[in-house]
Every structure is written in structure tokens, then in C-alpha cells.
Design a protein around this ligand. Structure first.
Ligand code: GLN
Length: 473
């Protein structure tokens, strides 16, 4: 039997019972990649020999001892490529160190295995912005897996990985998890070190797990969180045992339903699945409460000022001198900068750099950037007020199920709207999880739908409690 379709929890038991070895797991995952990656395209690269060496050295008495974890290709793992889905880094960059999250995983015994495709520099929601290949949704190979962590979600959903790491700036863990039918958790901003995660928008970026079950998310989260002196935004707060939130009831818990999130324009199948999920939560004893998040309508526009502004600064380092592709055709210094960046970056990344540079430029700073920062404060205050009345907030993760490949390719604005329910969470720095909640029918296909559960700052425990109770029901 293949081990690649197992969960961390099951593999742990079998390892401890000595029925299997870490080498067996890595070998089976590699077999699944060999047979299926050509059609799904989740992985950009993988180094079996290195992973087997690490698996042979793994101590299975450790909490993640010998468990291979797939890594989005924007987190540094020493000695491995880290392309960010970009031509810019595809040719000549090898990570010289481990990211903070990878150090944590390793100290719990896990084996990082494989590099997962993504939208270039995490900008996108379909993985179609990768310069290095197409990733397909394992539930329907004609469709996108979502993004930007599309490779991470497709690998888990297609049983090409046990579990993976993604990163989420405006929805990039939750959206692909929802569209592929797996569990994706974005922790509170600052919970997990961003050291060694290639920065997109530093005030929004957060790493998190994509898994087959809520239990696996809790297990991984236990070994990802904690203060890292090398990331000044990482929080020095205690890390609870997140697995202690599993198997608890949710009686009396107040579930906020934001009226601005249940609007027309949402796919009918998505609405039906999410409404059924809310009924299920009620049947489990939760109390639905209508709430209002009045600044929801400015979330997307606020994000598309702040995120590109930060990206334009973060991507300045890719100039062919310090990092990145170097044009062979340049004849002087100015050409060197211009042509290296022209050749190295794809169209979406260029669009964001232009947008970001514009909103930060003198004369426009106050009108755009400063105003967006003020709107961000209002969005955060909306959540603060709502959380005085409720314990968690629920919504669809995405307004639609997975689109056909290419459907939004020439319409960036429509693609930006896919994140309407996930973006406010990043702007407010809150934790949120997407759990599968049924399917929506489109073109005769049953496509996965995700339920988003949003929590108070640092209250991942309640998210896991609700998500786990829902999943088990
Ligand atoms: N889709 C959003 C964007 O394109 C969010 C991406 C992300 O979370 N990395 O910016």
C-alpha cells in the first residue's frame, strides 16, 4: 500500500510500531511524484538522494521524526533551489541556509522534501503566474489549483505529499487549499518566523501548513511556531499544544456571520455548501450571530496598494548584482539593471512593481499609500468590534470553485477579486483556516468548496477546535 496518501498522525503510529521506516515513506512519496507529477505539476524539483539520507538519520521518537514535508519554492532550505516560481532565481540561486520555519521542522525530526510550484514571488491566485510550469488541480486536471501556493495544495490533494508548507499574504494558503479540497491554516501574523521566506509583502506574509486533516495542521503548527531572533516581527508568546484543541465540542460557541460576506455574486454551489456547513455547526451546538464588517468593500483595493508598495521595495534586491538573473546582452550599467529585470520578472510581478512604485512616489504617497494604511486600521477595528460579540467568524474561503486553466489569465482584476474573503484577514493580522465543506457543481464536475474560519489574534486553538469538530461531523 502506498504511504503517500497517509496523514502525519497515521504515519507516526506506524513508525512508532516499527511497521514502517522513514525511508519507506520518502520512497513512496517519491514514487507518487514519479508517476503523477508529470500530469499534476505540483513539484518543480526534488532531491531523493538527499531526503533518503536525512530519512535514514531521522529519530522516529521525535514528534515529526522521519516525516517528509514538501516546501513551497519561496522558503530557503540549505543546498536546494529556491526559485519563487521566477526566471529571476531559477538559474543561479542555491539556498545558503535554512529558513526559520525549516530549522523548527528539522528540530522536530521532519525531512524537507521537494520544492513546490507557486505564482511568481507569490503574486497570484492560480499558480498560472509561475514562470516555470503549469500546476493542475488533482480534482480536475483542466482546472487551476488556486494560488499562490498551488503546488503545495495540489501535492497534498493528489497524494504526492504527506503535508506541505505554503505562505499566505492575501489568501495563498487558504485559497488553494479550498480549491483542491484540503486543509490550509494561516496563523496569526508573527506566529511563525519569516526569516528565510523570500519576502513579498513583509507586513502581510505568513507561513502555514497545508494538510489532509485538521489534526495534521495542529501537529505541524506545534512545531512551526515560536520566537526567532532573526525575524523582529516574530512574536515572543507561548506556544500551546494545538492538538489539545482536537476532539472538543463546540457547544455555546458564537459563530459570526458577516453580512458583507454573504452577498450575491457568490457561486450558487459555494453558497449552498457554506450554508449547509453553517447548519452543521449549529447542529453541533454553535450559536450563529449576524455581524457586520463594514469596511469589507475596501479590503481588496487597500491590499492592492499596500502589498505592491511593499513588494516594490522587497524586489529591489533582484538586480542581477546582489541576486538574480543577469542579462547577457547588457553593454553598460544602466542596461544591466534594466535588462536583467526586464528578462527576469514576469508580467504580473512587473505590474506590481509599477503599481507599488507609483503609490509610494512623491505626490501620490498621501493619496494612495497613507490612505490605504488608514483603511487598513479601519478593517482591523471592524474585526476587533466583531470579536467582542463572537468567538470565530465563518465565510466561504473563495467566492467560486476552481476555474478552468486560462479563464482569468487576461483579466488580472477578476483574479484579484478571488481573494475578497481572505485579504481582510491578512490586513488585520488574524489567524484563519480553510476546511473542506462539500462540493459545488460546475460543468458536470463536483469541485471542492472551502469553509473559512477566522479567529481572534493568537487564538488558533479555537480555530482548530471548530474546524476539527466540523471535519469529524
Ligand atoms: N492572490 C493574492 C495576490 O496575488 C494573494 C497572494 C498571496 O497570498 N501570496 O497578491
Amino acid at each position: 500500500m502506498s504511504l503517500a496518501n497517509s496523514t502525519i498522525a497515521t504515519l507516526r503510529q506506524r513508525l512508532l510500531a516499527k511497521e514502517i521506516s522513514p525511508r519507506d515513506i520518502v520512497t513512496d512519496v517519491a514514487k507518487a511524484i514519479d508517476t503523477q507529477n508529470a500530469s499534476i505539476g505540483a513539484y518543480l524539483s526534488w532531491n531523493l538522494e538527499k531526503a533518503l539520507k536525512e530519512a535514514d538519520k531521522a529519530d522516529v521518537s521525535q514528534p515529526l521524526g522521519g516525516i517528509p514535508i514538501g516546501i513551497k519554492d519561496n522558503m530557503n532550505v540549505i543546498g536546494e533551489p529556491c526559485t519563487c516560481g521566477s526566471r529571476m532565481l531559477a538559474e543561479n540561486y542555491t539556498a545558503p541556509y535554512d529558513a526559520g520555519a525549516i530549522v523548527k521542522l528539522r528540530s522536530a525530526g521532519a525531512v524537507p522534501f521537494g520544492r513546490l510550484n507557486m505564482d511568481e514571488f507569490a503574486m497570484g491566485s492560480s499558480t498560472e503566474n509561475s514562470a516555470l510550469g503549469v500546476t493542475r488541480n488533482p480534482r480536475d486536471l483542466e482546472r487551476i489549483p488556486g494560488g499562490s501556493s498551488g503546488g503545495s495544495a495540489a501535492a497534498v490533494a493528489g497524494n504526492l505529499a504527506i503535508a506541505t508548507l505554503g505562505s499566505d499574504t492575501g489568501g495563498s494558503i487558504r485559497l488553494p487549499a479550498a480549491l483542491c479540497g484540503c486543509v490550509g491554516l494561516k496563523p496569526t501574523y508573527g506566529r511563525i518566523s519569516r526569516y528565510g521566506l523570500v519576502a513579498f509583502a513583509s507586513s502581510l506574509d505568513q507561513i502555514g501548513p497545508i494538510t489532509k486533516t485538521v489534526e495534521d495542521s495542529a501537529i505541524l503548527l506545534n512545531h512551526l511556531c515560536g520566537k526567532d531572533a532573526r525575524d523582529s516581527t516574530s512574536l515572543d508568546v507561548s506556544v500551546p499544544d494545538f492538538t489539545s484543541a482536537l476532539g472538543k465540542d463546540i457547544k455555546g460557541l458564537r459563530i459570526g456571520l458577516p453580512k458583507e460576506y454573504f452577498i450575491s455574486g457568490i457561486h450558487a454551489g459555494v453558497s449552498a455548501a457554506v450554508n449547509a456547513a453553517i447548519k452543521k455547526l449549529e447542529a453541533l451546538g454553535a450559536i450563529p450571530v449576524e455581524i457586520s464588517l463594514p469596511h469589507t468593500d475596501v479590503g481588496v483595493s487597500t491590499y492592492y496598494i499596500i502589498a505592491p508598495a511593499e513588494a516594490s521595495a522587497n524586489l529591489a534586491r533582484f538586480d542581477g548584482v546582489r541576486y538574480g538573473h543577469r542579462s547577457a546582452a547588457a553593454t553598460d550599467l544602466m542596461e544591466h539593471y534594466m535588462m536583467s529585470r526586464e528578462e527576469g520578472f514576469g508580467p504580473e510581478v512587473k505590474r506590481r512593481i509599477l503599481l507599488g512604485t507609483y503609490v509610494l512616489s512623491s505626490g501620490y504617497y498621501d493619496a494612495y499609500y497613507l490612505k490605504a494604511q488608514r483603511a487598513r486600521t479601519l478593517i482591523r477595528q471592524d474585526f476587533e468590534q466583531a470579536f467582542e460579540k463572537v468567538d470565530v467568524i465563518v465565510s466561504p474561503t473563495s467566492p467560486t470553485p476552481a476555474h478552468k486553466l486560462g479563464a482569468l489569465k487576461d483579466n488580472p482584476l477578476a483574479a484579484y477579486l478571488e481573494d475578497i474573503f481572505t485579504i481582510p484577514v491578512n490586513l488585520a493580522g488574524l489567524p484563519a483556516i480553510s476546511v473542506p465543506c462539500g462540493t459545488a457543481l460546475e460543468d458536470g464536475k463536483s469541485l471542492p468548496v472551502g469553509l473559512q474560519i477566522i479567529g481572534k489574534p493568537l487564538d488558533e486553538m479555537t480555530l482548530i477546535r471548530v474546524a476539527d469538530a466540523f471535519e469529524k461531523a
